[in-house]
Design a protein around this ligand. Structure first.
Ligand SMILES: [Zn+2]
Length: 275
């Protein structure tokens, strides 16, 4: 099975980073401005032959080429206040992954907003309970707790089992997926920039292409186009980045801040990562 999944985070007014989601320079880099996000949606609308799909629609969808899925991580307040109204203008549905320990906190979705998003036809899923900085380094017990606690909290709000989730900060590992499968998660979105899905313990794992602040609308459109080259460039960049991430969180943060500083002077890096 193949699909192009795009990964966004919060959408805020210029400079209002604190309005939605996690705070700090490391989180802000993933937040698009409302104008920027509108331009992304226009570019995507121009490039797509059909509306983005929900993950459970993929099975029935094999005839229509490469399906596209929109996903939004972290559970910031902008999902309901900004993103959903803009998607409604296009009649599009998306996936919102909620960090459940933060539900109702300033800048994050409330339980009522989560239910409203679900009623609008969007897919609500877990983005872990506490957003561990490096989930792939968690113990088996911690992984079980993160997925179970978050799916139970979200399931209680929605009144139905939670079948979808996304991995925080791009720290995917097979153990992360196996723990998700044991918690009843059937669809797990990672940050691996690939279109081919894979199965782990009965859970379908999907790649995603991250789109952060400063990434052009044309690039978003290119990722969902039939052409492979833009996606391969993302893949090469992601794998180089992963080596740095593997070397340690401290180095990774330093690289991120260095990239941020550079962006003040030059064009943004060609690919975004994930928080
Ligand atoms: Zn996240």
């Amino acid at each position: 099975m193949k699909a192009v999944s795009l990964l966004y985070h919060d959408v805020v007014e210029p400079g209002r980073f604190e309005a939605s989601g996690f705070r700090g320079p490391d989180a802000d880099v993933y937040k698009l401005t409302t104008g920027e996000f509108r331009r992304h949606l226009s570019a995507l609308a121009g490039a797509l032959r059909s509306a983005p799909r929900r993950v459970w629609e993929l099975e029935a969808d094999r005839e229509s080429g490469l399906p596209v899925l929109l996903t939004f991580d972290d559970g910031g307040a902008s999902a309901f206040l900004v993103v959903a109204p803009l998607l409604a203008e296009l009649g599009w549905k998306a996936h919102f992954f909620v960090t459940t320990d933060y539900i109702g906190q300033p800048g994050f979705l409330s339980a009522e907003e989560i239910r409203a998003l679900s009623r609008l036809g969007h897919v609500l899923g877990s983005h872990s309970a506490s957003h561990p900085p490096a989930m792939s380094r968690c113990t088996a017990q911690q992984l079980a707790q993160e997925w179970t606690r978050s799916t139970e909290a979200l399931g209680a709000i929605l009144g139905q089992p939670v079948a979808a989730a996304s991995v925080p900060a791009g720290f995917y590992s097979r153990a992360v997926a196996e723990a998700a499968a044991r918690a009843g998660i059937r669809f797990l979105f990672t940050s691996e920039p690939v279109v081919r899905a894979w199965t782990v313990g009965g859970c379908l794992a999907l790649g995603r292409f991250g789109l952060q602040q400063g990434v052009t609308p044309e690039r978003a459109a290119a990722l969902v186009s039939g052409r492979m080259a833009p996606r391969l460039r993302s893949y090469a960049f992601w794998n180089a980045k992963k080596l740095v991430k593997a070397a340690g969180g401290e180095h990774w943060l330093r690289l991120r801040l260095w990239l941020l500083a550079r962006r003040g002077q030059r064009r943004p890096p060609p690919h975004s990562g994930a928080r």
